[in-house]
Design a binder for this molecule. Structure first.
Ligand code: 5GP
Length: 205
């Protein structure tokens, strides 16, 4: 069985990635990896579904035990991808979706260059701020912190395989579909098949 593909999606907070990713997960059978975080749960967030909510001590113990594929600090909280769960899903041939910030994404790109990476951009910083304020899940000062973070993250988009601008949700969903189709196709070329293909091409000089 072929190993599953790892999709890494980075989108600054307020880019409207939720709808795009839910659509892609449903349509393409991608499995979300549930991250661990030291952030407090927001209203409606469930432990083990949205995140594994941890104390800083618990999180640091997981770091020590090499329990994370990657982790990073974002706006004062730690976030990390539990290694064992992701490896197990990939070994089972499942395609896995990591929705993580930029430092974590850059770390994984180094370790797992075969992962497909997508960066979702907001149409502008003004629009990003408007969306964050409208969402009202954070205090205004935290919104400003997240806007500042987005301004630092956006230049890293150039290191990703694909970049999508979410100025229209239907277009962004369609673009994301195209990224998955391209990544699947490329993976076929990069995956086990490639040895057979090369042998085939070199067979008759
Ligand atoms: P939020 O607090 O809005 O849920 O997430 C804040 C940021 O942390 C988002 O950019 C989100 O993509 C990122 N994030 C969530 N889980 C992880 C993770 O496991 N690792 C890293 N590096 N970032 C994460």
């Amino acid at each position: 069985m072929n190993r599953g593909t790892l999709y890494i999606v980075t989108a600054p907070s307020g880019c409207g990635k939720g709808t795009i990713l839910e659509n892609a997960a449903d349509k393409h059978g991608l499995v979300y990896s549930v991250s661990a975080t030291t952030r407090h749960p927001r209203a409606g967030e469930i432990d083990g579904v949205h995140y594994f909510f941890k104390s800083r001590e618990e999180f640091e113990k997981m770091i020590k035990d090499d329990g994370f594929l990657e982790y990073a600090e974002y706006c004062g909280n730690l976030y990390g991808t539990p290694r064992a769960a992701v490896e197990k899903l990939l070994d089972e041939g499942k395609d896995v979706l990591l929705e993580i910030e930029v430092q974590g994404a850059m770390n994984i790109m180094d370790k797992l260059p075969q992962a497909a990476t997508v960066f979702i951009l907001p149409p502008s910083i003004k629009e990003l701020r408007r969306r964050l304020l409208k969402r009202a899940t954070e205090m205004p000062e935290v919104v400003e912190q997240r806007v500042k973070q987005a301004i630092c993250e956006i230049p890293f988009a150039k290191y990703f395989d694909f970049v999508i601008i979410n100025d229209d949700i239907d277009n962004a969903i369609r673009d994301f579909d195209a990224c998955i189709a391209a990544a699947k196709h490329l993976r076929k070329c990069r995956g086990k098949d490639i040895d057979n293909k090369i042998t085939e091409v070199l067979k008759n000089e």
